[in-house]
Design a protein around this ligand. Structure first.
Ligand code: SAH
Length: 464
């Protein structure tokens, strides 16, 4: 091991920064975050750095460096582009046994800055010993996605109960087991979901030996329109914790793959005979599984609250007092529009956008056609394929021009994406001609023309 990682308490300690430019500023920000009192020495100092120095209660010294600047300092950073000067600072610091960092010169350093993942009080530091800082930064980016941004709050929760738990379990092994349960179970889930008071209540109950933690939890998760890269960090984390996953037809296999390997998977979409599992049966199944203490992910295509019946499912959970979380997903309109190069709004063409169900209950009567033909608005029809001839006919009959541009996007955001563009008048014929099938999204409005310039994603086949 070239370098031993240690965490440095700089609160209230004086740190010398030699240099007054951009790099000195970057390092000084970190030092100030850690509570250091800055002494910045340079013939000229950036205004932002001056502010930082002042707010740290430190001092600016507007001249060249002299060795006496090291007096009283617990750490020194050389951040100038003057190599001999950096070497001089390093030599002086080594002689005085003051830890020194010279930016971009590992050979002159006795300490180096790691890449940092800050979930204070939890800190992850990554170092390549100065050999490949870019590699360290890439690893940092990966870790950033694994650790929820609120993870540090778990440490805060533990801190509040630490001494109580220590008294309760004098045995280290037992104590460790207790905290492992807390950090990997429903108490941590509550805290990470932003329900700190509930987490605290559950932790207190656990300390008092009350058995209140038998109920599981349901995560209603938006899986996005198909491309697994469009999942949110939270969706992925919950999918990897789940004991059971309920999913339907719209959830891409590549996304299902990302669920915990040994999670039970239950398909609740349409069966071969084309009968979907009735909604109330799904609602009941969620309740039953949670009551068995399972962590259940209910995976929904797109966003659970947009034509996803997510509301109905959690109403049932709420009625049974079952804890749940809702994780938004990228809805088909956003995903398909982005991947087809069709901005849904545009200052010149559309000031608003409407998401409309194309599922026509009694032929034509259930859509507000007069509102839908208002100018300068984009219409996005979900589930619009079967009713498409009626939709186009009614829009034209109510006054929208038959030449209004329109697009069909099939299996948007996936490698099978197909996009066909035309006008309100010829859209239904395009469906027949190209054998377009579900899931397909219909976009109507002038913005569709922008695709000619903005298309960027190549699916299986594009354009007419
Ligand atoms: N909750 C989902 C919508 C469910 S309704 C969401 O927010 O996206 C189902 C309809 O969504 C389909 O009929 C289709 O119109 C649309 N849809 C969903 N995923 C799609 C995709 N990848 N490509 C095209 N349309 C899609």
């Amino acid at each position: 091991m070239e370098f031993l990682p240690l965490f440095h308490n700089l609160r209230g300690r004086r740190v010398l920064v030699v240099g007054g430019g951009e790099i000195a500023l970057r390092k000084s920000r970190l030092l100030a975050d850690a509570g250091a009192v800055l002494r910045v020495v340079a013939p000229a100092i950036e205004p932002q750095l001056c502010e930082l120095v002042n707010s740290s209660g430190g001092e600016q010294v507007l001249r060249g460096y002299v060795e006496a600047d090291l007096d009283g300092c617990g750490l020194v950073i050389a951040a100038t582009d003057d190599e001999p000067l950096n070497a001089q600072v390093s030599a002086d610091a080594h002689r005085r046994c003051v830890p020194v960092n010279v930016v971009d010169a590992p050979a002159l350093c006795s300490v180096i800055f790691p890449a940092i993942v800050d979930r204070s009080p939890l800190i992850v530091a990554i170092s390549s010993g100065g050999d490949a800082p870019v590699l360290a930064r890439l690893i940092r980016a990966k870790i950033e996605t694994w650790i929820p941004s609120t993870y540090g709050q778990l440490a805060g929760l533990a801190a509040r109960f630490r001494s109580q738990v220590k008294t309760l379990f004098p045995d280290v092994q037992q104590r460790r087991g207790f905290w492992e349960d807390v950090f990997q179970g429903p108490i941590a889930d509550r805290q990470l979901a932003g329900q700190g008071a509930e987490a605290e209540r559950l932790l207190e109950a656990k300390i008092n030996g009350e058995a209140t933690l038998t109920t599981g939890e349901v995560y209603l998760v938006g899986a996005g329109p198909g491309d697994p890269d469009l999942l949110t960090f939270r969706a992925l984390r919950l999918m990897q914790q789940a004991d059971v996953v309920l999913y339907d037809r719209l959830v891409a296999p590549a996304i299902l793959e990302l669920c915990r390997r040994d999670a039970e998977r239950i398909y609740v979409g349409k069966r071969r005979a084309d009968h979907a599992v009735p909604q109330d049966q799904i609602n009941q199944q969620l309740v039953d599984l949670a009551k068995q203490g399972k962590r259940v992910v209910r995976l929904k295509g797109g966003d659970p609250f947009i034509f996803g019946r997510g509301g109905e499912e959690i109403e049932e959970l709420a009625a049974h007092g079952i804890p749940f979380q809702v994780v938004p997903g990228i809805t088909a309109a956003s995903g398909c529009a982005a991947y087809a190069g069709i901005p849904l709004t545009h200052r010149d063409h559309a000031q608003s956008v409407r998401f409309v169900t194309g599922h026509l209950k009694d032929g034509t009567s259930n859509l507000p056609w007069n509102d839908l033909v208002a100018p300068a608005q984009t219409l996005v029809f979900y589930m619009g394929l079967i009713g498409l001839p009626i939709i186009c006919e009614q829009l034209i009959a109510h006054g929208r021009s038959a030449d209004t541009p329109a697009a069909l996007i099939q299996q948007g955001t996936t490698s099978n994406q197909r996009v066909f563009t035309g006008t309100l008048k010829d859209l239904p014929t395009l469906v027949a001609k190209h054998e377009v099938h579900a899931p397909t999204l219909v976009i109507v409005g002038e913005v569709v023309l922008l695709r000619e310039k903005l298309a960027w994603f190549e699916g299986a086949q594009s354009q007419v």
